[in-house]
Structure formats: C-alpha cells, structure tokens
Design a binder for this molecule. Sequence first.
Ligand SMILES: *Cc1c(COP(=O)(O)O)cnc(C)c1O
Length: 365
Amino acid sequence: MREIGLSEESLFSFLLSKREEDVDHAHILSSMCTIPHPVAVRAHVQFMETNLGDPGLFPGTASLERLLVERLGTLFQLSGACGYATSGGTESNIQALRMARQLGPKEKPNVIIPESAHFSFKKACDILCLEMRAVPLDENYRMDPVAAAEMIDRNTCGIVGIAGTTEYGMVDPIAELSKIAGDHGVFFHVDAAFGGLVLPFLDDAPAFDFSLPGVSSIAVDPHKMGMSTIPAGVLLVRDSESLCSLSVDTPYLTVKQEFTLSGTRPGASVAGALAVLEYLGIQGLRDIVAGCMKNTRRLIDGMEAYGIMRAATPDVNVATFSPARIPPPWKVSWTRRGDLRLVCMPHVHAGAVESFLKDIGEQNA
Ligand SMILES: *Cc1c(COP(=O)(O)O)cnc(C)c1O
C-alpha cells in the first residue's frame, strides 16, 4: 500500500495505461464473452451498490432477479421455473451437480458427463467428491447416448448434456438423454451456458429445454450471448425442491436461508442481463443470433475456399477448422484436439470476418 494516495488524475491515467494493454475486441475471435450491450452498461451503473446476498435490503433488485428467472424459464418453456443468478456457467454447473448429489444420496456417487464437457465439471466433481464418468463422443462430437446409458449404475446421481459445446458448438442428443434420465430416475442437468441464448432463436434447433420432461436444470450465461455485463449466469430448475436441497441457515441476514454458492452477489449485472432481454425482446435477439450464424457460415465457407476445412458443422456460432497459421493481431483459440476455434460473437461483425479471411488469404497466397 502507498502511504499517501495517488491523485485521481494520475490514478486514472495509470488505469488507462493498463486498460490499453488489453486486446481490442475488434480482433478477438476466441471468446464467448462480448462487448456488453449499451443498455446493460447503463443498467449496471444504476445498480452498482446493490447486493443480492441480502435481498431484504434490495427488494426491487431482488424482484429483477426473479423476473430474469421467469423470462428465461419461459424462454425454456417452463412457466414458474425456479432459479437464481450465478456468477456464470461454472457456478451454475457446480450447483447443479450439488443438487444431483443432495437429491440422490449414494455411497460412492458418480455423474455421467460427455468428454466434450467444459472444464468447470472437473472443478465441480473435485469439490463435490463425485466420480466423473466421461462419455465418448460420436463422429460429430456429440455425446453417445447408448454409451451414456451403459455407464449408469446404482451409484449414478446425475447426467449432464451440453447444448452448445464450448469447443465445437454442438448440441448433445438432449431428448434421448432426457428419456434415459427419466427411465432411471436420475437428475439431468443441461449445460446451455452458451447455447441457451442461441438455440431458442434458431429455426429447426434441436429440443434442449424444459419441454423435455427429464430435464431437471439448465445453466445459461447472459454474459455470453445475452450481451450482459460480467458476471451474469443463471441456473434454472424445474422443482423448487431441488434448490431447497442446497439451503443453509443464514443467521444475521434479512433472509433466513440461502441456496446460492456466493454470499454477497452483484445486482448490477443481473439488472444488466434483464435490461438486454427487455430491450431487445425475442425479435431483437433473433436478429442478433441470425447475424452471428450468418457470419459463422460465411467464415466456414471462406476458410474452406482456402483449403482450411471445417472440423465440424456446428449447431451454434462456433466454427472449428483443421490447424492453420493465423497472422497477428487476430486472437484465436485451439481445442483440446488441436483444431482452430473461432467464435462469431455479436462484436464480430461481417466486416471483421471479411478482413480476417483476407488476412488468411494473403498468407496462403
Ligand atoms: C462458458 C461455458 C461454461 C463456463 O462458464 P463461465 O461463465 O466461464 O463460468 C460452462 N459450460 C459451457 C458450455 C460454456 O460454454
């Protein structure tokens, strides 16, 4: 610590210099986060000091959280869904597996999770002392439901399916998994952290939501395709019982119990997340998703024209390719198998896709 504080001016010029070291979004093709929508930023600032960890002090903000849950629950075809705003997919997934473990106590509990799962499930299994049974994928990088069913035994407390995988943008066969989970009476969590705000706005998207009776909970991240400020995730559950299984007593707060993982929780990004949904509505979100999907298809066609072939035909706006050299300043990412991975988020405009393709073309010329 400094003995005497900095002047505001030098403090902010220092902060700005650090901010300028960050990568400009204009060149980020690797991230599932994006530039927040202006209404999210405005709402975030308005709710800056709110704490959802003590909702009795912030009843207005708490009602926005309930409205956010209601809006997303309805989008996922369940009116009266329960849930709460998390810090993102990681917390939602940890809490979902925690519910699975609480609801079906086993001697040596295991969970059935596709090989394509986000690394947050490793953290969850580690914290919760769950055995993770990794289900192999089919040739299209989707979880094999037959293999999943074979892995279930009397110690299985949960199954996870992914609606929009982080690496290849695939949707697992959620309807088949829902049936398998229902037949075995096992908790079934759908990780739609990314795809949850893409799939409802596509024509002919595979079913992934509460319309499937076996689906117990869904994770969705407004801070990804919902263009909210960070951190904004939501965990939705079919039955309030599931959430209540996580409750602990909270002696000195305005509520007697809480089921959340964090204590103090931001209301600002929750207001931000809701603001975007209210402002854009179904039509606005459909237009944005349509643009992202169009750019994804253009990127795939453009890369293949240079002989850089797709690794998969994605269900959402994630494009993957056989390895290729990428010129600076573009920021791209690589899958665990070594494929090139590009995410067409809302900040990746058609113009950026064209200039990326042009740079790739010049390099290959
Ligand atoms: C991004 C993502 C996560 C993790 O979400 P965080 O918000 O980074 O914690 C989990 N699952 C999937 C499918 C994701 O795309």
